[in-house]
Structure formats: structure tokens, C-alpha cells
Design a protein around this ligand. Structure first.
Ligand code: SF4
Length: 389
């Protein structure tokens, strides 16, 4: 099969599977598994993980509809009444001297209501342009500028693909810096929030921060115009009242910048896809069991054909079950963890490493010699520990 360009090859890999643009959570996920070509190809092909994962036998990441509804209600309550719940947090936590609220809502629903004739591309253009103009006005020190911009639309390039990101809010005051605000409906109980959820929110907000940096740089402004912290708004205890906490985003932003800089160009990704494989159409509710089984087999073959880099970060990836199964079947040393895999170098299977330890295989390469020596020392340590016990 001849492809006109690399992007066409990615589209061919996706086949009849639906496409879904990447969001901040998905981009933040790259922090866990930097350098995994399988994940990068699937991301670059805009394949929705939440649909692909169960099709290839992974547990389905689900969020309860109750949690989703509660999230929507909480955001509505925080941003209602002229932001009366949010404003104290913006003033106290972000130290922004916002006296009166000048807000604008750029959410799809709001823009569609205002401009019902815009098609999807025109709607995207409008949101991106208006975000850019609003931020330019803020940074120019215009006293009439919007100071709370809801659902702005930021662009971040991944590889060579533009992705569109939608933070909950951007806050600004003429005397301060520009800061992202993320609204989450998980609780902050007695001033303490779930550390794992807070870390996830910080990573997601860091993605917005990087996109915001790009916009500010494009506007010819220094990145010092952006705060180094974002505001996380959570529910106070089990109520729908708002509680806020500052997120120091610098470490995540630094890591993310590295991951984005190293994200392969589409031509490098396309070169890793065997020509013959492509994903099937996503089975619907009416699909027969036979067709579903065939679709699952085709998807497993297509994903399995992409080179993977299994390691510790995979625990956060929706494809974990599939890749772990493959690592076990192939007896890969990667299933023992990233540290063990790094130590083994090009000794890639457990049986190979054990043969070197037992002396049934003579080490020839430098990696084999190092692994044989390391494992022999470890085996003696285990024996001595057993004798002393
Ligand atoms: S689980 Fe699989 S696809 Fe996800 S990062 Fe790990 S190896 Fe890559």
C-alpha cells in the first residue's frame, strides 16, 4: 500500500475506528510513559483510549455518571452569581486585585448560542482567536480587559499536530500575572485533599500552563507574565462550597516541556507502523458476538504490532493490561520494572538473564557480562541471607 504522506499512514492505522482529539488529561499521560512508541502512535492517530482499551481486553476506566453530574453542578455553582464564590479565592490565593468581575464564556455551548451559523472549524477558529485577543488585551494592561476568561481555547502542538485545550478559567489582574484555574469536584476535607487526585489535577493544569506560555510568547510577551502556580478549586468537605489550594506547577511544566520537545515527528511515528495493520470499526451495541470477537482480534493485532516500552510509568496508562500480558508472554525483563530493565541493557528476556546467572550461557557482549556479574552477586547475597536466617 502506498501512502502519500506520514499522516495518511496514521489515518490508515486508525482505520474505521472513531477519532477523538487529545485533551489535557491525555497529554499529561505522556509524562508517565515518555518514549513509548506504541502510546505515541495511538495518541498521534487520535484514537480514543477509553474505547480502544476495553476492545483489546483492558479494564475500562470509568467515571460514574453521578461524579460527572456532581462535577458539572459544582462548576456551575462556583461560576454562578457573578463568580461570588470564586472571587475570594482568586483574591486570597492568587493575590490578584480583582475588584469587579469582567468575564467572558468561550465554551462551545455559549459560542454556539451566540453564533449558531458557525460550522465546527469556524467555531474552533473563533474560540482560538477570541482567546488570543482577550489574553493580548489583558497583557497590554487594558483596564477594561476581561479578568476571568471561562473555557478559553489554547493551542499546543504535539509533534507536528495542533491540539486544542480548554482550561476551566484564566484569571488576570492588571497588577498581577496570568494564572489558570482548574475546578474539580473532589473534596478537600479539613483542608486536606486526596494527594493522587491533586497530583493528577496539577499535571493537567501544567499542560494548560505550557499552552498558555506558547500563546504569551507568540504575543511577544515574556513568560514571566504567567504565574508559576495555578489555583485548584475543590469542594469544601462534602458540600458544594468552594475551597482553594495553590498548585506549584514548575516541576510538571519542566518535565512536560522535555516530553513535548522529544515527541517524535509524525514521519518517525509512521515509520513504526507495519503497513498491513489497522484498527477495526468500533463495535456498536448491535454488533454480534462473532463480529465483536473479530474486531477485538484485529485491534489486538494492530496495537501489538507497535513497538512498546513497558515500564513503571505504565500503571497510569489505559493499555496496561494488554501490554503487561504481552511483556509476560514474551518473558520480557521489562515486567520486572524499569530499573531491572535498564540494568539488563540488551538482555531482553528473563530466561536469557537466568541462563547468564546459572552459567549455562557464556556472556559475550558488554551488557551480558555486566548482567551476569550483577546477577551472580545478587544470587550470592540471597544465599548468604538464607544461611544467616
Ligand atoms: S501500557 Fe503499553 S502503551 Fe501504555 S505506555 Fe506502557 S507500554 Fe506504552
Amino acid at each position: 500500500m502506498i501512502f502519500r504522506d506520514a499522516r495518511e499512514r496514521l489515518v490508515h492505522f486508525r482505520g474505521d475506528f472513531p477519532a477523538k482529539p487529545l485533551d489535557a488529561r491525555r497529554i499529561a499521560g505522556l509524562l508517565d510513559a515518555p518514549g513509548c512508541m506504541r502510546r505515541q502512535v495511538i495518541d498521534a492517530a487520535s484514537v480514543p483510549m477509553k474505547d480502544l482499551a476495553p476492545l483489546i481486553g483492558c479494564r475500562e476506566p470509568r467515571q460514574s455518571s453521578y461524579a460527572l453530574q456532581r462535577g458539572v453542578r459544582f462548576e456551575q455553582s462556583v461560576t454562578s452569581n457573578a463568580m461570588s464564590f470564586l472571587l475570594p479565592l482568586v483574591r486570597e490565593q492568587l493575590a490578584l486585585d480583582v475588584r469587579e468581575v469582567r468575564e467572558q464564556d468561550l465554551s462551545t455551548v455559549q459560542v454556539r448560542t451566540q453564533f449558531p451559523d458557525l460550522d465546527r472549524d469556524a467555531l474552533t477558529d473563533h474560540r482560538v482567536r477570541t482567546t488570543r485577543d482577550s489574553v493580548a488585551q489583558m497583557l497590554a494592561g487594558d483596564q477594561r480587559a476581561i479578568n476571568l476568561l471561562r473555557h478559553p481555547y489554547l493551542v499546543l502542538t504535539l509533534g507536528d499536530m495542533p491540539t486544542y485545550l480548554e482550561p476551566d478559567l484564566l484569571a488576570y489582574a492588571a497588577s498581577g500575572t496570568l494564572a489558570p484555574i482548574e475546578i474539580k469536584s473532589f473534596p478537600c476535607i479539613d483542608g486536606i485533599a486526596d494527594p493522587a487526585k491533586t497530583a493528577e489535577a496539577a499535571r493537567q493544569t501544567a499542560v494548560y500552563m505550557v499552552a498558555l506560555c506558547r500563546l504569551v510568547e507568540n504575543l511577544g510577551q515574556p513568560s514571566s507574565r504567567i504565574a508559576s502556580q495555578g489555583l485548584l478549586v475543590m469542594t469544601r468537605d462534602f458540600t458544594l462550597e468552594a475551597s482553594g489550594s495553590l498548585l506549584d506547577l514548575r516541576p510538571q511544566v519542566r518535565r512536560l516541556e522535555r516530553v513535548l520537545a522529544n515527541f517524535p515527528h509524525v514521519t518517525q511515528l509512521a515509520a513504526q507502523i507495519p503497513t498491513a495493520v489497522s484498527l477495526p470499526a468500533l463495535p456498536s451495541r448491535d454488533t454480534s458476538q462473532t463480529e465483536r470477537t473479530a474486531a477485538s482480534a484485529q485491534a489486538r493485532e494492530a496495537v501489538g504490532a507497535l513497538p512498546m516500552r513497558f515500564g513503571d510509568g505504565c500503571t497510569g496508562c489505559p493499555l496496561l493490561d494488554f501490554c503487561r500480558g504481552q511483556a509476560q508472554r514474551e518473558e520480557s525483563v521489562a515486567q520486572l520494572g524499569t530499573q531491572a530493565a535498564n540494568m539488563c541493557g540488551d538482555v531482553s528476556t528473563v530466561s536469557h538473564a537466568l541462563a547468564l546467572t546459572a552459567g549455562t550461557r557464556t556472556p559475550t557482549t558488554a551488557a551480558e557480562k555486566a548482567v551476569a556479574e550483577e546477577l551472580r552477586r545478587a544470587a550470592i547475597a540471597v544465599q548468604l541471607a538464607g544461611a544467616a536466617a
